[in-house]
Design a protein around this ligand. Structure first.
Ligand SMILES: [Zn+2]
Length: 388
């Protein structure tokens, strides 16, 4: 009997964590999201009272962008700060994966805090960056201790104003296929974990992922942008080839995700890193976003519902709601409406600003944009949207 209970606990624990990673993401909260908005089920309508305002769809990417650019940079190296200056020059947004107990981290915190304010994200790259090949189960158990997994997360929270740590990066790409490690990362609240696949055989150079990863805890990227380093045999520094790979992803409307180590870059206007950033920057039909927030966005997009509400004549109201913890999921999403007459747009009773131009390089701003009869409303869910 005792054994039975043990087995059952094991199965339940396994189901809960597997569920976290699959159809039930981290941060789903109980209760009725409509009730939290003060809306009753019987107030929902298929068609709004003002039927000329029509909800069309949630756009695939923020602000109806055509494609996504996300950048990641690994390690606690002072040179990261020089790279961030360049990213800022070209408007590229990155996840900076830092090891919080090693390297130059103590000197880096002030600039990293500024980077967060500028729209970048800090992710965890453990505390002490342990690497040892091959990545046996014994090694993974030791290298993914509580100190490394939750300690590094808490170091980031303590040293910055970032409210949550969404993303993990495997030191040397090790243990990225270890299920026990996946479960540990999920329990620590990480939404996504980036890999560095098969460095001994240069598998990490162009993993060629051009969309979201299927396995959130073994998430690849499109290509590296860096010289030879570590145990690799090749780098990836030919600017024409780097740019052509981006073009391929962009044409398909995908996610261009590139990663670098600052210590394997050259810094100068004619060097490959800056020239590639210059090629990527300044595009009005691209969304620039750090990796963790991109994956958080995907979950918000998938789980948010839009329903029309009863309204007085001449107005249209919609409930925008999901079952996600707003402390983790702070993302805006973009909703496409058909709105023939000029109307003010309000969220939660407050007018949204109109923003016709500019880059899409933030993930929690709220605004709307009109293109003829189409209005794109970028808004944080769990609110009532109103057209007046
Ligand atoms: Zn590293």
């Amino acid at each position: 009997m005792k054994d039975m209970r043990k087995i059952l606990n094991f199965i339940l624990a396994g189901t809960a964590v597997a569920g976290l990673a699959a159809d039930r993401p981290i941060g789903v909260i109980g209760g009725d999201p409509l009730a939290r908005l003060g809306v009753r089920q019987d107030q929902l309508r298929e068609i709004p009272a003002n039927a000329s305002v029509r909800f069309v769809k949630k756009t695939q990417y923020l602000n109806n962008s055509r494609a996504v650019i996300t950048h990641t940079m690994d390690d606690s190296e002072k040179l990261v700060l020089q790279a961030v200056d360049l990213m800022d020059k070209y408007g590229i947004k990155a996840t900076l994966f830092v090891s919080t107990g090693t390297g130059d981290i103590q000197q880096m915190w002030p600039r990293l805090r500024k980077a967060i304010a500028g729209g970048h994200e800090l992710g965890s790259h453990s505390r002490t960056h342990q690497c040892s090949w091959p990545d046996t189960a014994e090694f993974c158990a030791k290298a993914f201790s509580d100190s490394e997994v939750t300690g590094s997360r808490d170091d980031i929270l303590k040293n910055t104003s970032q409210p949550y740590v969404w993303a993990w990066c495997y030191p040397c790409g090790l243990c990225a296929a270890n299920q026990a490690v996946h479960e540990k990362l999920a329990r620590a609240g990480y939404l996504v974990a980036r890999n560095y696949p098969d460095e001994p055989h240069d598998g990490h150079v162009i993993p060629n992922l051009q969309t979201y990863a299927g396995d959130l805890y073994n998430a690849a990227y499109t290509q590296v942008v860096q010289k030879i380093g570590g145990i690799a045999k090749h780098g990836n520094t030919d600017v024409a080839q780097l740019n052509a790979k981006f073009d391929e992803v962009y044409k398909a409307g995908g996610v261009y995700s590139f990663m670098s180590h600052a210590q394997w870059l050259d810094f100068g206007p004619n060097d490959f890193y800056q020239r590639h950033l210059a090629y990527l920057g300044g595009r009005r039909d691209v969304w620039y976003v750090p990796m963790g927030l991109l994956y958080a966005y995907k979950t918000v997009l998938d789980r948010t519902e839009v329903r029309a509400l009863d309204t007085p004549p001449g107005t249209a109201r919609f409930a925008i709601f999901n079952d996600l913890d707003p402390k983790i999921y702070r993302n805006s999403i973009t909703l496409q409406f058909t709105v023939p007459a000029k109307a003010r747009v309000l969220a939660g009773g407050k007018p949204l600003p109109e923003r016709q131009t500019g880059l899409t390089d933030r993930w929690s701003d709220e605004y709307y944009r009109r293109e003829n009869d189409t209005v794109y409303v970028t808004v944080r869910p769990n609110t009532i949207l109103e057209f007046r």
